[in-house]
Ligand binder design. Structure first.
Ligand code: SF4
Length: 196
C-alpha cells in the first residue's frame, strides 16, 4: 500500500500545457558538453568493454544526464509508481547486470502480467519505491510523465511521456537502444519474465 498518495503530492498539467513548455527537453550548454563526453566514453566501452558493470554505468550516466532537463519538468515524484505496473522491457544484458549488482537471481519464466494491475517484482509496495533504483533498467530511466500521472494507469492513452520513442525525439537514445539490442545475444522481454 502507498504511504504517500500521488494525488496528495503530485501536480498535474494538461498534455497541451506539457508540450508547450519550451525548455522541457533542452539540455543546458553544460549538460550538452557533459553528454558529448559521456557518449565518447560509452563508445570506447562498446568497442572494448572492460566489464558489463562499467559499460552499463556509462550507459546509465548518459541516459540520466540526457533525461535531466525532462525530469526536472516532469510531474513524477516519490509516492507515485504507477508506471511500475506497465510493461518494463529489458534484455538479457540488463538482466545480468541487475543480477551481478543486486544479488537478485535471474529466474526466467513466461509470466503473464495481469493487465495493468501487476507491479514489477522490484517494486516496494510499502513505500512505492524501487528496490534496485541505482541499477534499474533503461526503460525506467528514460520514462517520465510531463502532464498527469493518472494517464499512467492506462497504457493505451497517448500523453506527454518520455521514452526512447517518445519525447525528446533524440536520435542518441534510439541509437543507444539499438546498440544494446544488437549486443544482446540472449532473451528480451518484460522484466517479470526474468525475475520473480
Ligand atoms: S525496476 Fe524499479 S523503477 Fe523499474 S519498474 Fe521495477 S520497481 Fe519500477
Amino acid at each position: 500500500m502507498y504511504k504517500v498518495k500521488p494525488e496528495d503530492v503530485i501536480p498535474t498539467r494538461t498534455s497541451d500545457e506539457a508540450f508547450a513548455l519550451d525548455d522541457l527537453f533542452t539540455p543546458t550548454q553544460k549538460e550538452a558538453e557533459k553528454l558529448a563526453r559521456v557518449w565518447g566514453q560509452m563508445a570506447k566501452q562498446f568497442n572494448n568493454p572492460t566489464s558489463l558493470t562499467t559499460l552499463m554505468r556509462v550507459v546509465h550516466l548518459f541516459v540520466d544526464t540526457r533525461m535531466k532537463p525532462f525530469a526536472k519538468q516532469s510531474v513524477c515524484a516519490v509516492g507515485c509508481s504507477f508506471c511500475c505496473k506497465l510493461d518494463v522491457q529489458i534484455n538479457e544484458i540488463e538482466a545480468r547486470y541487475i543480477e551481478e549488482n543486486t544479488g537478485y537471481k535471474v529466474e526466467k519464466a513466461n509470466r503473464v502480467k495481469v493487465l495493468n494491475n501487476d507491479y514489477c517484482p522490484f517494486h516496494d509496495d510499502e513505500t512505492a519505491t524501487c528496490k534496485i533504483y541505482e541499477y534499474r533498467p533503461l526503460s525506467c530511466r528514460w520514462f517520465f510523465t510531463a502532464d498527469s500521472y493518472e494517464y499512467c494507469l492506462d497504457p493505451n492513452v497517448a500523453h506527454a511521456i518520455s521514452a526512447e520513442n517518445g519525447i525528446p525525439a533524440d536520435p542518441h537514445l534510439k541509437e543507444l537502444r539499438s546498440i544494446i539490442d544488437r549486443a544482446n545475444t540472449g532473451d528480451e522481454g518484460d522484466i517479470r519474465n526474468f525475475f520473480r
